[in-house]
Design a protein around this ligand. Sequence first.
Ligand code: B12
Length: 315
Amino acid sequence: MSRSLSPRVLARAIGVSESSLKRWSDDGLLTAARTAGGHRRITLQEAVRFVRAIGATVVRPDLLGLTDLAAIGPDWAQRSDINKAMHEALENGHAAEVRAMVQSLYLGGWSPAAIFDGPIRFAMVEVGKLWLHAEWGIVVEHRATDICVQAINQLRFLTPARPATVAVAVGSAAEHDPYMLPSLMAATVVGECGFLDVNLGTITPPAVLINAAKHYQAKLVWVSASAGQDSRKVAADLTRIATELKELGTAVVAGGRAVNEIAPADLPGVVVATSMTEMAAFARGVLAQYRAEHPEERPERQDQQDSGDDGVDGE
Ligand code: B12
């Protein structure tokens, strides 16, 4: 999805005039690169950032390549029964609708953390009640998880691009933990905060995570441990991870139902977070400290050549 858009296409997508869009670009509100011929080009991620920043409505999502959005209409994120709608779509296996709902919420200004802690968590808790009454419920759990994976990965493509030199965050689920979503969500959240995110996924032994963190000189490591894990083993593994990464100065944050069962005193050096919103706040703090220590690595906005240029802009 490495699309780049002309001002004309973006203007039509959000229902404004091309001249307004060019003015915003000249004023530095919207970052556009220039082609060799002097035409402005806007990355999809920058277009999405801009839409969120000015509260625009995407009236022609197809022009941005967001074809799923057509299924639910431009004002979907304004409705009041978002949790219920997300639950129904997930439970019934309506993948395109769920992907569109997540996109719509993000374009409507929701943070990834708010989408995850809110409608997605709500819907998954509801889906999790089904198996108690019917075997089919387990099919629905598997299917709903895959649909969330699709929606979250699509969301990751819409979040701002990070330069290769930025601080790295590495994370995974605990060693015996098959739950995919929490670690994927954490990766998306830290990525949106500005980290380069490396998600090792499910069932990751501590030695593998430590190896990856050292390789990337990670500033932040997250670990998720969900229901059903042996909390003593989780506590021992988390303590080992924090101890082995202490010298590197890596912050270690953990969350999930199994972590919440452990007394904080049994997790020296580990920050426990109960939601993706907390994770985002913590990640921003770590990143701010990193940037203060490495001013030379401040992320650059995309190249904006000579904004006073009156070059001809085509499609
Ligand atoms: C999907 C699912 C599955 C899928 C997992 C697919 C996959 N590969 O990911 C499958 C079908 C495999 C599965 C299996 C089982 N499951 Co299950 N499963 C669920 C379900 C419906 C959703 C879990 C999920 O992904 N939620 C979305 C995530 C993101 O939400 P979350 O975990 O609450 O995380 C939030 C916070 O805790 C926090 N957080 C979590 N991790 C982290 C990490 C960090 C770093 C931070 C900062 C924050 C954070 O932020 C998240 C967002 O708000 C839950 C229902 C529920 N109430 O949770 C049951 C549930 C967890 N499962 C349950 C059970 C019993 C099982 C099974 C034993 C039987 C079964 N249902 O099949 C097996 C055992 C699996 C095992 N080996 O451990 C029970 C657990 C009961 C208990 N208290 O122990 C639940 C609660 C269902 C229920 N109501 O009975 N399951």
